[in-house]
Design a protein around this ligand. Structure first.
Ligand code: SF4
Ligand code: SF4
Length: 109
């Protein structure tokens, strides 16, 4: 068992710091995406945006440290199955990593 030293105890890791956390990443299939915007609307991390005009309107993940926590809401709401969450978020530093099993698409209701 390892214990935190005094400096570690005084530093509280934060989710929005690249040094402490890896954010989730989604893969968006632009062949399937029609730019409807539902994913961007539902994203709790505000990590998705829609860009382009007409047929070129597509969803994108924010480039710089997106606040994606791999909730899978975007994949669940996309009627065109255009989104897959392919990297889950991870806290680093002294957070304990729990085994979460394999990432799966959300259950359909
Ligand atoms: S919900 Fe699906 S189709 Fe709509 S913008 Fe998002 S990825 Fe594209
Ligand atoms: S997995 Fe969740 S947080 Fe990440 S982009 Fe999709 S809706 Fe947003």
């Amino acid at each position: 068992m390892s214990y935190l030293n005094l400096i570690e105890r005084l530093r509280i890791p934060t989710y929005d710091n690249e040094e402490y956390a890896t954010t989730g990443r989604v893969r968006i299939d632009h062949e399937k995406c029609n730019g409807c915007g539902m994913c961007a609307m539902i994203c709790p991390g505000n990590a998705l945006y829609i860009a382009g005009e007409g047929k070129n309107k597509k969803a994108y993940l924010e480039k710089d440290f997106p606040q994606c926590m791999s909730c899978n809401n975007c994949a669940a709401i996309c009627e065109r199955d255009a989104i897959i969450v392919n990297v889950t978020y991870d806290f680093g530093y002294f957070y304990k990593i729990l085994h979460r099993g394999e990432m799966k698409p959300p259950r359909k209701f």
